[in-house]
Write a protein that binds this ligand. Structure first.
Ligand code: CMP
Length: 132
């Protein structure tokens, strides 16, 4: 599954294995809050299966599915979680703790670039929805 995450495309088999070793698998029921707005956190989540909704003040702002990631914002800027992330279907995530996630980003500029591309894609989406 980790091989299919676009964030990690371009990594070697060895690098993917070393990421997989550092991941912890966690499962969530529909309706379960995985990440809570305003809380501190140390987890970066890759969606291995299922789908989630990102909500701010209870309002949906985005949907994410298998192969997507969330939880990066708090790890990047050390601020509280910017939104709730709630499981919509039974969902399995691979979770990396902050030091492992930040270590990957620091070690590989391609991962940093992929991360930035996705953040820009989300920002464009937010801009579109603000002016629709
Ligand atoms: P974080 O702030 O750590 O926790 C909530 C997560 O929701 C956040 O990281 C992002 O991963 C995700 N998130 C916040 N805003 C958006 C958005 N506009 N589109 C997609 N995902 C988002």
């Amino acid at each position: 599954m980790i091989r299919s995450v676009s964030l990690f495309k371009g990594l070697t088999e060895g690098e993917l294995k070393s990421i997989a070793k550092r991941c912890v698998e966690r499962s969530f029921q529909p309706g379960e809050t995985i990440v809570k707005e305003g809380e501190t956190g140390v987890g970066f989540y890759l969606i291995a299966d299922g789908s989630v909704e990102v909500r701010r003040k209870g309002k949906p702002i985005s949907g994410l599915k298998k192969g997507d990631f969330f939880g990066e914002m708090t790890l990047i800027d050390d601020q509280p979680r910017s939104a709730d992330v709630v499981a919509i279907t039974p969902t399995t995530c691979y979770v990396l703790v902050a030091w492992a996630f930040l270590g990957l980003v620091r070690a590989d500029p391609d991962i940093g670039m992929s991360l930035m591309k996705e953040l820009v894609r989300r920002l464009r989406g937010t801009n579109r929805s603000l002016t629709e």
